[in-house]
Design a protein around this ligand. Structure first.
Ligand code: NDP
Length: 246
């Protein structure tokens, strides 16, 4: 049941995170929104509140563990607890390995791997103590299958898959009742391609998304569906993509 659940969402300033924040808030969740761009977060919180929903934001860089702790603290202080976290912030500056964009490789690892670990670490003690909680994370179809130009990005998304599956198994073994849901989206129209600096890759990806891309609202619906299940039911994996995308 979504109503009154306190849900932290990272990467909430655009795309999948923004769409999910709006949908969950419209269903009565209390959403706590994190990202780096304050103006976007402020506008989103205003929009949600004007529509009658409950939302607050925390400017954060997921790479900093203190920022993740701050958003968890904000959720507790504002809404009295944390029921779920959507570990969604990520970047995809895809390029072939031969382009040697080593700075982008490092940034991708920092945000997509360390950022997810930091977010999990900020809520896990709370979830363990209360013997309930829901961790939802955005992997990618690139976390299920290898694609040229996606070695590093895909690798970070394979990591998310491993992390979430082990979290699910350990939580069941330890009796902490933590639910997990891992999302594997394909082409979803968001700002994700803006990070690509390799012109050939950008051209190919743009053509793919222009042909096939679907709305981020589709992912939001899946997150809402997973959260809405009874506490004893775990929907652990979702692959979501355009019907037309091969
Ligand atoms: P967007 O670029 O629209 O959204 C990415 C979000 O992540 C933004 O809110 C951005 O906010 C935030 N973000 C990026 N870096 C950081 C950081 N260091 N700290 C905090 N927030 C950060 O793209 P999507 O909505 O598509 O991306 C969301 C997730 O979905 C990503 O993990 C992506 O890999 C995944 N995904 C997307 C697919 C697609 O086709 N769109 C397909 C498969 C997976 P800000 O810049 O304000 O910090």
């Amino acid at each position: 049941m979504i109503k009154d659940k306190v849900v932290i969402i990272t990467g909430a300033s655009s795309g999948i995170g923004e769409a999910t924040a709006k949908l969950l808030a419209s269903k009565g969740a209390k959403v706590v929104l994190g990202a780096r761009r304050e103006q976007k977060l402020k506008q989103l919180v205003d929009d949600i509140q004007n529509a009658g929903g409950q939302a607050v934001y925390q400017v954060m860089d997921v790479v900093n563990s203190s920022d993740n702790e701050a958003i968890a603290k904000l959720a507790k202080e504002t809404f009295g607890g944390i029921d779920a976290i959507f570990l969604n912030a990520g970047i995809m500056p895809s390029s072939p390995l031969s382009a040697l964009k080593t700075q982008e490789w490092n940034q991708t690892v920092d945000i997509n791997i360390k950022g997810v670990l930091n977010g999990l670490a900020a809520v896990l003690p709370t979830f363990i103590n209360q013997k309930s909680g829901h961790v939802i994370a955005t992997s990618s179809v690139a976390g299920l299958k290898a694609y040229p130009a996606n070695a590093v990005y895909g690798g970070t998304k394979w990591f998310v898959r491993e992390l979430m599956e082990v979290l699910r198994m350990e939580s069941a073994q330890e009796g902490t009742n933590i639910r997990t849901a891992t999302l594997y989206p394909a082409a979803i129209n968001t700002e994700l391609l803006d990070e690509i600096t390799d012109s050939d890759t950008a051209e190919k990806m743009t053509a793919l998304y222009e042909k096939h891309g679907i709305s981020a609202d589709r992912i939001a619906s899946v997150v809402a569906f997973a959260i809405d299940q009874p506490e004893d039911t775990n929907l652990s994996e979702f692959t979501i993509g355009p019907t037309t995308q091969p």
